[in-house]
Design a protein around this ligand. Structure first.
Ligand code: ZN
Ligand code: ZN
Ligand code: ZN
Length: 392
C-alpha cells in the first residue's frame, strides 16, 4: 500500500454502485442486517478507498437496505472523500474527532442498532483487527457476528470487466519484466541483486508497487518460496523467477524458469531436466486449457497432477496448482484437491504447477488465467518454454 492518499482509480463509480447493490442483495437474502467493513481489500472493492491501516477506526457500514455510511477519523476525511464511491455520493461519510468513540458511531447506525436490539446478524471483514472487533462485539451484543466473506467472497471471486482489465495490464507489465531479466546478465550476480532489478523493473513497467521477487537459482530452485539471497548465480543451472506487483491493487503473478549456460556449449540443461520440464509445460498448458466454466477447481488441479505423476514426478509436485487473484494476491478460488466448487466465468486464478527435486533443482511455470464463457483467457503471454540463455 502506498502512503499517499489514494487518487480515484480507473474503475468508474457505476461499478461501485453495482458492487454495493449486489452485496446488499446478497446480505438481504442471507438475513444479514449489515456488513461492517474495516480497512483492506473488501473496503477497496466496495468503494475504491485504499485506506491506510491505522490504530484509528475506519469502517464502512453497508446495511442490507439503504445508504452505506463510512465512519472515518477526521484526519482521514480528505483521503476518504477522494475515493470514487464517496466522491460519487454512493457512501455518506461520518467523521469522528480524536475524543469521540468511533465504535459508538458504528453502533448508532440504524441497521446496526436494530440488529443489536433484536439479536440480528452482522458480518465483519475477515481481517478486522481484534482491537476493533472485541469492543465492537461487546457493543452490539446480542447481535450475532459472522464473516463478511460469506457475502463478499462469492461476489469478489467473479471479476468484472474493469477488474479483468487491471489484471491484464498487470500481467502484461510482468511479462515485460520477465523478458527484460531473461535478456540481461545473470551469471556471476547474486540472487538479491537480480531481485533488486526485478523490483525496479516491476515499477518501471507500470506497477504502482512491487509485491514479491523470488529469484531461486541452482539447488534453491527446488524451494518454491525461496527468498532471494547471497547465492551467486553460476553457469549451467536453472533460475526460477516468480515475481509480481500491483496496479490499483490488482496483482500480477508470473513464474518463468530460465537455464543459464554462461555461453558454454556444455552448460545446457541435462536430459533429466529437459524431461521434467517437458512434462511440467504440458501439465501447465493442459490445466490452463481445462479451466473452463463448470469444471471444478479440483479438476484443474487433477489435470496438472496426472500429467506430472505419469512422468514420474507426482511426489515432487508439492503444492496446489493455483490460487485466485484480485485485490488479494491469494484469494478464492483455490485450485486444490477437495475443492469441488465449479469455476465460473470471471474467476481469475494462477495455474502454476512445479516439480522440485530437493538438493538438485526445480522448475515452475505460472500464468494468470481468467475463466470465461468460452476458452480460458490466459493473461500472461511471455513464452513458457525453458529459456536457455547465455546469461553471461
Ligand atoms: Zn506461492
Ligand atoms: Zn507466483
Ligand atoms: Zn501464484
Amino acid at each position: 500500500m502506498s502512503g499517499s492518499p489514494a487518487a480515484a482509480g480507473s474503475v468508474p463509480a457505476e461499478r461501485y454502485a453495482q458492487r454495493i447493490a449486489r452485496a446488499q442483495a446478497e446480505a438481504s437474502e442471507q438475513g444479514v442486517a449489515a456488513l461492517l467493513i474495516g480497512v483492506g481489500s473488501d473496503l477497496r472493492w466496495l468503494t475504491g478507498y485504499a485506506a491506510m491501516p491505522l490504530k484509528r477506526l475506519t469502517m464502512l457500514v453497508v446495511p442490507a437496505k439503504g445508504e452505506p455510511t463510512m465512519v472515518a477519523p477526521r484526519l482521514e476525511i480528505l483521503a476518504a472523500r477522494a475515493s470514487t464511491a464517496v466522491g460519487a455520493g454512493l457512501v455518506t461519510l461520518a467523521s469522528w474527532e480524536e475524543t469521540d468513540d468511533p465504535i459508538q458511531l458504528v453502533a448508532q447506525q440504524p441497521a446496526v442498532r436494530v440488529a443489536a436490539e433484536r439479536g440480528g446478524r452482522l458480518l465483519v471483514s475477515d481481517r478486522l483487527a481484534a482491537a476493533f472487533l472485541l469492543p465492537l462485539s461487546e457493543r452490539v451484543a446480542p447481535a450475532r457476528l459472522g464473516l463478511a466473506t460469506e457475502v463478499l467472497g462469492r461476489l469478489r471471486a467473479v471479476k468484472d470487466a474493469d477488474e479483468v482489465g487491471l489484471l491484464r495490464r498487470a500481467a502484461q507489465a510482468a511479462d515485460r519484466v520477465v523478458a527484460g531479466i531473461i535478456g540481461g546478465r545473470l551469471v556471476g550476480r547474486t540472487e538479491s541483486d537480480v531481485a533488486r532489478e526485478v523490483r525496479t523493473r516491476l515499477e518501471d513497467e507500470g506497477h504502482s508497487e512491487a509485491a514479491f521477487w523470488i529469484v531461486a537459482s541452482g539447488p534453491n530452485s527446488a524451494s518454491p518460496h525461496h527468498d532471494a539471497g547471497d547465492r551467486v548465480i553460476a553457469a549451467g543451472e536453472p533460475i526460477v523467477l516468480d515475481i509480481g506487483g500491483r496496479i490499483e491493487g490488482y496483482g500480477s503473478d508470473i513464474t518463468r524458469t530460465i537455464w543459464v549456460t554462461g555461453g558454454h556449449a556444455e552448460g545446457g540443461p541435462d536430459d533429466t531436466y529437459r524431461g521434467l520440464f517437458a512434462a511440467l509445460q504440458e501439465a501447465q498448458e493442459q490445466a490452463s486449457r481445462g479451466a473452463v466454466a463448470g469444471a471444478s477447481a479440483q479438476d484443474v488441479d487433477g489435470i496438472a497432477r496426472r500429467i506430472i505423476s505419469n512422468a514420474g514426478y507426482g511426489q515432487d509436485f508439492i503444492h496446489r496448482t493455483g490460487h485466485g487473484i484480485g485485490l488479494d494476491g491469494h484469494e478464492d478460488p483455490y485450485l486444490v484437491a477437495g475443492n469441488e466448487q465449479p469455476l465460473r466465468p470471471g474467476n481469475a486464478f494462477s495455474v502454476e504447477p512445479g516439480i522440485y527435486l530437493e538438493g538438485r533443482y526445480g522448475a515452475r511455470i505460472e500464468d494468470i488465467v481468467v475463466c470465461t464463457e468460452g476458452a480460458p483467457d490466459v493473461l500472461n503471454q511471455a513464452p513458457r518454454a525453458l529459456a536457455v540463455v547465455s546469461g553471461a
